[in-house]
Design a protein around this ligand. Structure first.
Ligand code: SAM
Length: 295
């Protein structure tokens, strides 16, 4: 840590010192907290040879989610850090009218139907469902392990307004058409095998005037426009070792997490969403929030 110029070392006293400006990246809600990244590197290192095999002419197309042991738990811990004290008080208010529609506890008239698409362990659902008991939350993921974890956690919290289910986003149930007021896809579109198909299904299942929040990585589609982004090497690395291979494994698009805001907006337009806004996510610099609407 000293030779990497992260920790200062006093040669005479043989003491170590972490200067305040470097502490910020290790603190919760510092906006640019990277304290969770070393564990992510360990997870990605575990699949490095599987990814390398994909480059062989006769190698596999990609790497299955099941090869990333511990990824869902790691993601959920990071989401807890990012979202507790942030989601309800800072993120939700960036969406006009949403907090009122989700409803306050005493206002029994309020409450809406929400879908957390590609939920993993469903941290936003667990947080929102506790704060907004008049709304109902359906959270879905292809992977049964995180869905079971989230359902058990919801029971432990005594929530009665959540449903967690294993579900492929590319073919949502036929009777979900026009049924959700709000859909949230947090970091769940770029590594889809068929992101266009998923966006079409999200559109179909939203009510007219319903809102869609796609939270995804901050980046530009054109490589040259990411050169000044200090996080870009880490993001492209994570994309190579996780986001692209999990999509390619299903013969998918392999967009990667650096698909960029320009392509993201054009795909939302293609799926017929309107009023598309590209917003910052309060206190989470790594993400962008694509807020849009079904007409
Ligand atoms: C990067 S994780 C994000 C999870 C969670 N939203 C979060 O922010 O922690 C992407 C999730 O999408 C899920 N997923 C991928 N393809 C899917 C599909 N076709 N249908 C449903 N879920 C899918 C994966 O299983 C994974 O849990």
């Amino acid at each position: 840590m000293v030779t990497a110029r992260i920790v200062e070392y006093d040669r005479r006293q043989r003491t170590y010192f972490l200067p305040p400006h470097r502490r910020a990246v290790l603190q919760l809600h510092a906006g640019k907290n990277v304290a969770h990244m070393p564990e992510f590197l360990r997870l990605l290192a575990g699949v490095a040879t599987d990814v390398a095999d994909c480059f062989k002419l006769d190698g596999p197309e990609g790497v299955p989610y099941s090869a990333y042991h511990g990824l869902q738990a790691w993601l959920a811990n990071m989401r807890k850090q990012e979202m507790e004290n942030n989601l309800v008080d800072y993120f939700v208010p960036t969406i006009p009218g949403l907090k009122e529609r989700l409803g306050e506890k005493h206002n029994l008239e309020s409450g809406i139907r929400v879908h957390d698409a590609g939920c993993g362990r469903g941290i936003p659902t667990l947080i929102l469902a506790q704060h907004f008991p008049n709304s109902t939350f359906v959270a879905t993921d292809l992977d049964s392990e995180p869905v079971q974890w989230a359902a058990a956690e919801s029971n432990r919290l005594g929530l009665v307004n959540t449903t967690f289910q294993v579900q492929d986003l590319v073919k949502l149930p036929a009777d979900w058409s026009d049924s959700f007021d709000y859909v949230l896809a947090w970091d769940a579109i770029h590594d889809q095998a068929d992101p266009e198909g998923v966006l079409r299904e999200i559109y179909r299942t939203l009510k007219p005037k319903g809102l869609f929040s796609m939270v995804d990585m901050r980046g530009h589609t054109e490589l040259a426009e990411n050169l000044d982004n200090p996080a870009a090497p880490m993001l492209y690395g994570a994309s190579l070792l996780h986001c692209m291979p999990v999509s390619l494994y299903f013969g998918g698009r392999g967009l990667g997490n650096m698909w960029g805001q320009e392509l993201a907006v054009s795909m939302l337009q293609e799926a017929r969403f309107t009023n598309i806004l590209v917003l910052d996510v309060p206190n989470i610099h790594a993400n962008l929030h694509f807020l849009c609407q079904k007409p």
